[in-house]
Design a protein around this ligand. Structure first.
Ligand code: ADP
Ligand code: MG
Length: 341
Protein backbone atom coordinates (compact mmCIF):
# COMPACT_ATOMS: atom_id res chain seq x y z
CA UNK A 1 0.00 0.00 0.00
CA UNK A 2 1.04 3.51 -0.58
CA UNK A 3 1.82 6.19 1.91
CA UNK A 4 4.40 8.86 1.33
CA UNK A 5 5.50 11.93 3.19
CA UNK A 6 5.54 14.83 0.81
CA UNK A 7 8.33 17.35 0.72
CA UNK A 8 7.46 20.53 2.58
CA UNK A 9 8.78 24.02 2.54
CA UNK A 10 9.08 25.25 6.07
CA UNK A 11 7.98 28.68 7.15
CA UNK A 12 9.62 28.82 10.57
CA UNK A 13 8.41 30.35 13.82
CA UNK A 14 11.08 32.47 15.54
CA UNK A 15 11.97 29.77 18.11
CA UNK A 16 12.49 27.12 15.47
CA UNK A 17 14.32 29.25 12.90
CA UNK A 18 17.58 27.50 13.57
CA UNK A 19 16.16 24.09 12.70
CA UNK A 20 16.91 22.58 9.32
CA UNK A 21 15.44 19.58 7.54
CA UNK A 22 17.41 16.34 7.27
CA UNK A 23 16.43 13.10 5.54
CA UNK A 24 17.85 9.61 5.95
CA UNK A 25 16.93 6.13 4.84
CA UNK A 26 17.67 2.63 6.00
CA UNK A 27 16.74 -0.94 5.05
CA UNK A 28 14.89 -3.01 7.65
CA UNK A 29 11.87 -5.31 7.88
CA UNK A 30 12.33 -6.07 4.18
CA UNK A 31 11.47 -2.50 3.18
CA UNK A 32 12.95 0.99 3.01
CA UNK A 33 12.61 3.05 6.17
CA UNK A 34 12.64 6.83 5.78
CA UNK A 35 13.27 9.48 8.41
CA UNK A 36 12.68 13.24 8.14
CA UNK A 37 13.87 15.30 11.11
CA UNK A 38 14.37 18.97 11.90
CA UNK A 39 17.53 19.58 13.90
CA UNK A 40 19.95 22.36 14.71
CA UNK A 41 22.78 20.58 12.94
CA UNK A 42 23.39 17.66 10.64
CA UNK A 43 25.56 15.73 13.11
CA UNK A 44 22.89 15.77 15.79
CA UNK A 45 20.29 14.67 13.26
CA UNK A 46 22.50 11.86 11.94
CA UNK A 47 23.38 10.47 15.38
CA UNK A 48 19.80 10.55 16.63
CA UNK A 49 18.41 8.95 13.50
CA UNK A 50 21.10 6.24 13.69
CA UNK A 51 19.82 5.37 17.19
CA UNK A 52 16.22 5.29 15.92
CA UNK A 53 17.17 3.06 12.96
CA UNK A 54 19.12 0.78 15.31
CA UNK A 55 15.95 0.26 17.37
CA UNK A 56 13.96 -0.60 14.23
CA UNK A 57 16.61 -3.17 13.27
CA UNK A 58 16.58 -4.58 16.81
CA UNK A 59 12.80 -4.98 16.64
CA UNK A 60 13.19 -6.64 13.24
CA UNK A 61 15.64 -9.16 14.72
CA UNK A 62 13.32 -9.79 17.66
CA UNK A 63 10.03 -10.02 15.84
CA UNK A 64 10.74 -11.27 12.32
CA UNK A 65 9.03 -14.46 11.18
CA UNK A 66 11.66 -14.84 8.44
CA UNK A 67 14.54 -15.14 10.92
CA UNK A 68 14.62 -18.58 12.56
CA UNK A 69 16.54 -17.18 15.56
CA UNK A 70 14.13 -14.36 16.38
CA UNK A 71 12.22 -14.46 19.66
CA UNK A 72 9.01 -14.61 17.67
CA UNK A 73 10.22 -17.69 15.74
CA UNK A 74 11.27 -19.31 18.99
CA UNK A 75 7.82 -18.78 20.46
CA UNK A 76 6.27 -20.21 17.28
CA UNK A 77 8.56 -23.26 17.36
CA UNK A 78 7.42 -24.01 20.92
CA UNK A 79 3.68 -23.70 20.21
CA UNK A 80 1.59 -26.30 21.99
CA UNK A 81 4.46 -27.72 24.03
CA UNK A 82 2.65 -26.98 27.26
CA UNK A 83 3.74 -25.55 30.57
CA UNK A 84 7.53 -25.41 30.98
CA UNK A 85 8.90 -26.25 27.53
CA UNK A 86 6.41 -24.06 25.68
CA UNK A 87 7.12 -20.86 27.59
CA UNK A 88 9.59 -18.27 26.25
CA UNK A 89 10.94 -15.25 28.11
CA UNK A 90 10.41 -12.21 25.90
CA UNK A 91 11.70 -8.67 25.50
CA UNK A 92 9.45 -5.96 27.01
CA UNK A 93 8.90 -4.47 23.54
CA UNK A 94 7.52 -7.81 22.35
CA UNK A 95 5.06 -7.84 25.26
CA UNK A 96 3.96 -4.25 24.61
CA UNK A 97 3.33 -4.70 20.89
CA UNK A 98 1.51 -7.97 21.42
CA UNK A 99 -0.66 -6.58 24.20
CA UNK A 100 -1.69 -3.68 21.96
CA UNK A 101 -2.36 -6.09 19.08
CA UNK A 102 -4.57 -8.22 21.28
CA UNK A 103 -6.73 -5.17 22.04
CA UNK A 104 -7.44 -4.93 18.30
CA UNK A 105 -8.03 -8.69 18.02
CA UNK A 106 -10.56 -8.55 20.83
CA UNK A 107 -12.42 -5.43 19.68
CA UNK A 108 -12.64 -6.68 16.07
CA UNK A 109 -13.66 -10.17 17.18
CA UNK A 110 -10.62 -11.66 15.52
CA UNK A 111 -10.87 -9.92 12.11
CA UNK A 112 -7.28 -8.96 12.93
CA UNK A 113 -5.55 -11.92 14.56
CA UNK A 114 -1.81 -11.86 15.34
CA UNK A 115 -1.77 -15.67 15.28
CA UNK A 116 -2.82 -15.84 11.63
CA UNK A 117 0.64 -17.23 10.65
CA UNK A 118 -0.40 -20.73 9.46
CA UNK A 119 -2.91 -19.26 6.98
CA UNK A 120 -0.54 -16.55 5.75
CA UNK A 121 2.15 -19.18 5.08
CA UNK A 122 -0.26 -21.18 2.93
CA UNK A 123 -1.15 -18.10 0.92
CA UNK A 124 2.51 -17.13 0.54
CA UNK A 125 3.23 -20.47 -1.12
CA UNK A 126 0.01 -20.24 -3.15
CA UNK A 127 1.32 -16.96 -4.51
CA UNK A 128 4.66 -18.52 -5.44
CA UNK A 129 2.97 -21.49 -7.15
CA UNK A 130 0.14 -19.40 -8.66
CA UNK A 131 -2.32 -22.00 -7.38
CA UNK A 132 -5.01 -21.77 -4.70
CA UNK A 133 -4.21 -23.68 -1.51
CA UNK A 134 -5.86 -27.06 -1.05
CA UNK A 135 -9.16 -26.70 0.94
CA UNK A 136 -8.09 -29.38 3.43
CA UNK A 137 -4.85 -27.52 4.13
CA UNK A 138 -6.80 -24.26 4.53
CA UNK A 139 -9.11 -25.86 7.11
CA UNK A 140 -6.16 -27.34 9.03
CA UNK A 141 -4.36 -23.98 9.05
CA UNK A 142 -7.51 -22.09 10.13
CA UNK A 143 -7.92 -24.51 13.05
CA UNK A 144 -4.45 -23.51 14.33
CA UNK A 145 -5.36 -19.81 14.49
CA UNK A 146 -6.79 -18.19 17.62
CA UNK A 147 -5.70 -15.06 19.48
CA UNK A 148 -7.37 -16.30 22.68
CA UNK A 149 -4.68 -19.01 22.87
CA UNK A 150 -1.85 -16.46 23.04
CA UNK A 151 -0.74 -16.48 26.68
CA UNK A 152 1.21 -13.44 27.90
CA UNK A 153 2.36 -13.79 31.47
CA UNK A 154 5.17 -13.52 34.00
CA UNK A 155 6.24 -10.61 36.17
CA UNK A 156 7.42 -7.19 34.88
CA UNK A 157 11.07 -8.27 35.21
CA UNK A 158 10.45 -11.60 33.48
CA UNK A 159 7.77 -11.43 30.80
CA UNK A 160 6.74 -14.71 29.20
CA UNK A 161 4.80 -15.82 26.17
CA UNK A 162 3.40 -19.13 25.02
CA UNK A 163 1.01 -20.35 22.35
CA UNK A 164 -1.45 -22.92 23.59
CA UNK A 165 -2.29 -24.81 20.41
CA UNK A 166 0.20 -26.97 18.47
CA UNK A 167 0.84 -25.51 15.02
CA UNK A 168 0.01 -21.94 16.11
CA UNK A 169 2.19 -19.20 14.63
CA UNK A 170 2.37 -15.49 15.31
CA UNK A 171 2.56 -13.33 12.19
CA UNK A 172 4.03 -9.85 12.75
CA UNK A 173 3.09 -8.60 9.25
CA UNK A 174 0.18 -6.42 10.33
CA UNK A 175 1.43 -4.91 13.56
CA UNK A 176 5.21 -4.65 13.79
CA UNK A 177 5.87 -1.85 11.31
CA UNK A 178 3.51 0.55 13.05
CA UNK A 179 5.02 -0.13 16.45
CA UNK A 180 8.57 0.19 15.11
CA UNK A 181 7.80 3.56 13.49
CA UNK A 182 6.40 4.87 16.75
CA UNK A 183 9.39 3.62 18.79
CA UNK A 184 11.73 5.38 16.36
CA UNK A 185 9.81 8.65 16.80
CA UNK A 186 9.96 8.22 20.60
CA UNK A 187 13.73 7.74 20.47
CA UNK A 188 14.14 10.91 18.44
CA UNK A 189 11.96 12.77 20.92
CA UNK A 190 14.03 11.46 23.86
CA UNK A 191 17.05 12.97 22.11
CA UNK A 192 15.35 16.34 21.81
CA UNK A 193 14.22 16.08 18.17
CA UNK A 194 10.54 16.96 18.46
CA UNK A 195 9.81 17.47 14.77
CA UNK A 196 10.22 14.07 13.13
CA UNK A 197 8.54 11.64 10.82
CA UNK A 198 9.37 7.96 10.27
CA UNK A 199 7.85 5.87 7.50
CA UNK A 200 8.13 2.10 7.20
CA UNK A 201 6.32 1.10 3.99
CA UNK A 202 2.60 1.77 4.67
CA UNK A 203 3.14 2.87 8.27
CA UNK A 204 4.03 6.41 9.27
CA UNK A 205 4.50 7.95 12.70
CA UNK A 206 5.21 11.61 13.36
CA UNK A 207 5.78 14.00 16.24
CA UNK A 208 5.38 17.78 15.94
CA UNK A 209 4.99 19.21 12.41
CA UNK A 210 7.83 20.86 10.51
CA UNK A 211 8.48 24.28 12.09
CA UNK A 212 5.87 26.79 10.97
CA UNK A 213 3.60 24.14 9.42
CA UNK A 214 0.21 22.92 10.58
CA UNK A 215 1.09 19.30 10.01
CA UNK A 216 3.08 16.73 8.10
CA UNK A 217 1.52 16.28 4.70
CA UNK A 218 1.23 12.55 4.01
CA UNK A 219 0.02 11.23 0.67
CA UNK A 220 -2.12 8.11 0.79
CA UNK A 221 -3.48 6.09 -2.07
CA UNK A 222 -6.16 3.41 -2.04
CA UNK A 223 -6.05 2.58 -5.69
CA UNK A 224 -2.57 2.04 -7.06
CA UNK A 225 -2.07 5.79 -7.35
CA UNK A 226 -5.09 6.63 -9.50
CA UNK A 227 -5.95 10.27 -8.89
CA UNK A 228 -9.52 9.73 -7.70
CA UNK A 229 -8.40 7.42 -4.91
CA UNK A 230 -5.39 9.38 -3.68
CA UNK A 231 -5.52 11.97 -0.96
CA UNK A 232 -3.26 13.88 1.40
CA UNK A 233 -3.56 13.93 5.17
CA UNK A 234 -2.25 16.61 7.48
CA UNK A 235 -0.91 14.95 10.64
CA UNK A 236 0.66 16.02 13.91
CA UNK A 237 1.73 13.72 16.73
CA UNK A 238 -0.15 10.84 15.11
CA UNK A 239 0.37 7.62 13.22
CA UNK A 240 -1.22 6.51 9.99
CA UNK A 241 -1.35 3.07 8.44
CA UNK A 242 -2.71 1.88 5.12
CA UNK A 243 -3.50 -1.70 4.14
CA UNK A 244 -5.01 -3.36 1.14
CA UNK A 245 -4.45 -5.47 -1.95
CA UNK A 246 -2.98 -2.81 -4.23
CA UNK A 247 0.53 -4.19 -4.23
CA UNK A 248 0.32 -7.72 -2.87
CA UNK A 249 -2.22 -10.13 -4.27
CA UNK A 250 -2.59 -13.23 -6.44
CA UNK A 251 -4.92 -13.57 -9.37
CA UNK A 252 -6.24 -17.06 -10.06
CA UNK A 253 -9.10 -17.92 -12.45
CA UNK A 254 -9.94 -14.23 -12.78
CA UNK A 255 -10.36 -13.74 -9.02
CA UNK A 256 -8.03 -11.43 -7.11
CA UNK A 257 -6.98 -12.59 -3.63
CA UNK A 258 -5.35 -10.15 -1.20
CA UNK A 259 -2.36 -10.99 1.02
CA UNK A 260 -4.75 -10.08 3.86
CA UNK A 261 -6.69 -13.16 4.90
CA UNK A 262 -9.90 -13.77 6.81
CA UNK A 263 -8.79 -15.72 9.91
CA UNK A 264 -12.17 -17.44 10.16
CA UNK A 265 -12.36 -18.80 6.62
CA UNK A 266 -8.62 -19.11 5.93
CA UNK A 267 -9.14 -17.40 2.57
CA UNK A 268 -7.43 -14.37 1.03
CA UNK A 269 -9.81 -11.40 0.79
CA UNK A 270 -11.60 -10.86 -2.52
CA UNK A 271 -13.49 -7.68 -1.54
CA UNK A 272 -10.72 -5.41 -2.95
CA UNK A 273 -10.62 -3.62 0.39
CA UNK A 274 -8.22 -0.80 1.20
CA UNK A 275 -8.20 0.98 4.54
CA UNK A 276 -6.41 3.92 6.13
CA UNK A 277 -6.40 4.46 9.89
CA UNK A 278 -5.08 7.44 11.84
CA UNK A 279 -4.44 6.99 15.55
CA UNK A 280 -2.25 8.27 18.38
CA UNK A 281 -1.21 4.63 18.81
CA UNK A 282 0.71 3.28 15.82
CA UNK A 283 0.24 -0.40 16.68
CA UNK A 284 -3.52 0.12 16.80
CA UNK A 285 -3.45 1.96 13.44
CA UNK A 286 -1.42 -0.82 11.82
CA UNK A 287 -3.60 -3.67 13.11
CA UNK A 288 -6.90 -1.86 12.67
CA UNK A 289 -6.51 -1.12 8.95
CA UNK A 290 -6.05 -4.85 8.37
CA UNK A 291 -9.09 -5.63 10.54
CA UNK A 292 -11.27 -3.14 8.62
CA UNK A 293 -10.33 -4.79 5.31
CA UNK A 294 -11.37 -8.19 6.72
CA UNK A 295 -14.53 -6.97 8.44
CA UNK A 296 -15.71 -5.07 5.34
CA UNK A 297 -18.17 -2.20 4.92
CA UNK A 298 -21.01 -3.72 6.98
CA UNK A 299 -19.06 -3.78 10.22
CA UNK A 300 -17.21 -0.48 9.74
CA UNK A 301 -19.29 1.66 12.13
CA UNK A 302 -19.57 -1.00 14.83
CA UNK A 303 -15.80 -1.52 14.88
CA UNK A 304 -14.87 2.15 14.77
CA UNK A 305 -17.24 2.85 17.68
CA UNK A 306 -14.88 0.73 19.77
CA UNK A 307 -11.86 2.89 18.88
CA UNK A 308 -12.60 6.41 20.10
CA UNK A 309 -9.96 8.84 18.89
CA UNK A 310 -9.12 6.77 15.80
CA UNK A 311 -10.19 7.96 12.35
CA UNK A 312 -10.55 5.69 9.35
CA UNK A 313 -11.52 5.35 5.74
CA UNK A 314 -12.43 2.04 4.10
CA UNK A 315 -13.04 1.31 0.45
CA UNK A 316 -14.32 -2.10 -0.55
CA UNK A 317 -16.77 -3.92 -2.77
CA UNK A 318 -20.25 -4.07 -1.27
CA UNK A 319 -22.53 -7.13 -1.41
CA UNK A 320 -23.61 -6.21 -4.98
CA UNK A 321 -20.04 -5.85 -6.18
CA UNK A 322 -19.95 -2.03 -6.28
CA UNK A 323 -16.93 -0.16 -4.90
CA UNK A 324 -18.09 1.87 -1.91
CA UNK A 325 -16.37 4.03 0.68
CA UNK A 326 -17.01 4.70 4.34
CA UNK A 327 -15.25 7.18 6.63
CA UNK A 328 -15.48 8.25 10.24
CA UNK A 329 -16.71 11.88 10.50
CA UNK A 330 -13.34 13.05 11.83
CA UNK A 331 -11.36 11.52 8.97
CA UNK A 332 -12.42 14.27 6.57
CA UNK A 333 -11.00 16.89 8.93
CA UNK A 334 -7.55 15.37 8.46
CA UNK A 335 -7.73 15.40 4.66
CA UNK A 336 -6.19 18.41 2.98
CA UNK A 337 -9.12 20.52 1.71
CA UNK A 338 -7.73 20.87 -1.82
CA UNK A 339 -7.27 17.12 -2.12
CA UNK A 340 -10.62 15.64 -1.07
CA UNK A 341 -11.00 12.13 -2.49
P1 ADP B 1 0.16 -3.98 4.06
O1 ADP B 1 1.17 -5.08 3.98
O2 ADP B 1 -0.64 -3.81 2.80
O3 ADP B 1 0.69 -2.72 4.64
P2 ADP B 1 -1.09 -4.93 6.49
O4 ADP B 1 -0.57 -3.95 7.46
O5 ADP B 1 -2.53 -5.26 6.60
O6 ADP B 1 -0.97 -4.46 5.01
O7 ADP B 1 -0.25 -6.25 6.63
C1 ADP B 1 -0.53 -7.41 5.86
C2 ADP B 1 0.19 -8.59 6.46
O8 ADP B 1 -0.44 -8.93 7.71
C3 ADP B 1 0.12 -9.85 5.64
O9 ADP B 1 1.20 -9.93 4.74
C4 ADP B 1 0.18 -10.93 6.69
O10 ADP B 1 1.51 -11.15 7.08
C5 ADP B 1 -0.56 -10.33 7.86
N1 ADP B 1 -2.02 -10.62 7.88
C6 ADP B 1 -2.82 -10.94 6.84
N2 ADP B 1 -4.10 -11.07 7.23
C7 ADP B 1 -4.12 -10.82 8.57
C8 ADP B 1 -5.16 -10.79 9.56
N3 ADP B 1 -6.43 -11.03 9.26
N4 ADP B 1 -4.80 -10.51 10.84
C9 ADP B 1 -3.51 -10.26 11.16
N5 ADP B 1 -2.50 -10.27 10.28
C10 ADP B 1 -2.79 -10.53 8.99
MG1 MG C 1 -1.79 -3.05 8.96
Amino acid sequence: MCLAALALLSGCTPGDRHLTRHEFSHLAMGVRVNAVVYASDERRARESVAAAFAEISRLDELLSDYRPQSQLSLVNARAGQGFGLGITEIDPAFAVVLRESLIVAERTEGAFDPSVGPIVQLWRSARKQQRLPDPGAVATAAACVGWRDIILGGAPERLTLSLRKPGMKLDPGAFVKGYAARRAVEILRDRGLDHALISIAGDISCSLPPPGQRGWRVAASHGGGSADRSFSLLLSDQSVSTAGDTEQFIEIDGERYSHIVDPRTGLGLTNRAAATVVSRNATIADALDTALCVAGLDRFEAIMAKFPGCEARLEALDARGAMMCKETPGFRLLVEPDRLP
